[in-house]
Design a protein around this ligand. Structure first.
Ligand code: ACO
Length: 325
């Protein structure tokens, strides 16, 4: 019998501190950094983001999202045999955020590790979990995207600090006799390491180099628009589907203009594009599972519909996953 993996439950978590553009503009003005609600909305579609308080880590946000996903799936943490956390803002250098989260939700004993592919992290992690389930290496997997990007932002750099937020999303992926994940397509091109990075590192107890997020926004924008269409088309082809079969497009929530351009290339009407970037900003690896959970909990989906998930980010990395809801 062919074995598939299927999403059995979703969850998400946003830290309570919400900053509208007006709130952030006022905070930045106090530091002498000039920006405006108009600029942020027009260039990115972002209207608000959530920031975690000091002492709250990716594992805390991820654990709350995980508890919701476990509840929705109707299984206990002790039923998990695999945890994968996608994050670029881990709690520590090591151990992995997945191990810390595992302890917080009481799933001790199962395999747990992190995946690092920046904003593509969730589609990478989902693809790895799917492969492990289909080979029989796991039956109940928890896949989490969790980030506290506010910790790596340079609040004197208006070209980046207005774009990002904190949050987490999670899914329980279960072995199934009927298809769930139909196909995926992952890529990376390390020639573009420098266009989006946090270049610092730890050496001898000190941070060496620059430990804050740096981005060539226009270079990222140009690459993102092209590769997202390619990844979606490759994934559809692998699954024997076409643009018209997509019920929901859930892209990485970085910039509304990139998202709308991808939807247009796939000939999808606006109501099939899932948008949370306006309320969450760019939450990196958390953005896709956050958007997925918001869609599922909105009651707008029906069992059997097809969702295309698409990630793109630092590395440069990109990829897509086509799945049955
Ligand atoms: N407020 C006001 N003005 C600003 C701000 C700001 N926050 N930021 C930049 N500007 C100014 C610039 O200084 C520039 O002024 P100038 O013309 O006088 O020099 C002007 O606005 C235009 O700047 P651009 O960088 O050309 O603006 P652009 O239209 O390219 O938008 C943006 C910038 C939003 C970053 C865009 O390039 C983008 O979205 N890039 C993609 C980001 C992305 O998708 N990242 C995904 C991956 S994220 C990850 O992997 C972690």
């Amino acid at each position: 019998m062919t074995l598939y993996s299927r999403i059995a439950g979703t969850g998400s978590c946003l830290p309570p501190r919400r900053l509208s553009n007006a709130d952030l503009v006022a905070e930045l003005a106090a530091k002498g950094v000039e920006t405006s609600d108009e600029w942020i909305v027009e260039r990115t579609g972002i209207r608000a983001r959530h920031f975690a308080d000091a002492g709250v880590f990716s594992s805390d946000l991820g654990a709350e999202a995980a508890r919701q996903a476990l509840d929705a799936a109707g299984i206990a943490a002790s039923d998990l045999d695999l945890i994968i956390v996608a994050t670029s803002t881990p709690d520590m250098v090591f151990p992995s955020t997945a191990c810390i989260l595992q302890n917080k939700i009481g799933a001790n004993g199962c395999a747990a590790f992190d995946v690092q592919a920046v904003c593509s992290g969730f589609v990478y992690a989902l693809t790895v979990a799917d492969a492990m389930i289909r080979t029989g290496a796991a039956r109940n997997a928890l896949v989490v995207g969790a980030e506290v990007f506010s910790r790596i932002l340079d609040f004197s750099d208006r070209t980046t600090c207005v774009l990002f937020g904190d949050g987490a999303g999670a899914v329980v992926l279960q072995a199934s006799a009927t298809p769930g994940i139909l196909a995926s397509d992952l890529h990376a091109d390390g020639r573009h390491v420098d266009i989006l990075c946090v270049p610092g590192h730890v050496n001898g107890g000190a941070v060496m180099g620059d430990p804050l997020l740096r981005m060539d926004g226009q270079a990222v924008f140009k690459l993102a628009v092209g590769v997202l269409e390619d990844a979606a088309r490759a994934t559809l082809a692998k699954a024997g589907k076409t643009d018209a079969d997509i019920d929901w497009l859930i892209p990485h929530q970085a910039n509304i203009r990139i998202m709308q351009s991808t939807a247009k290339k796939l000939k999808l009407p606006a109501d099939k594009l899932v948008v949370t970037v306006d309320q969450h900003g760019n939450t990196s690896a958390a953005s896709i599972p956050l958007a997925l959970d918001h869609l599922v909990r909105s009651g707008r989906t029906q069992a059997g519909q097809l969702a295309m998930l698409e990630g793109v980010g630092g590395g440069f990395t990109w990829g897509a996953v086509l799945l049955v809801l």
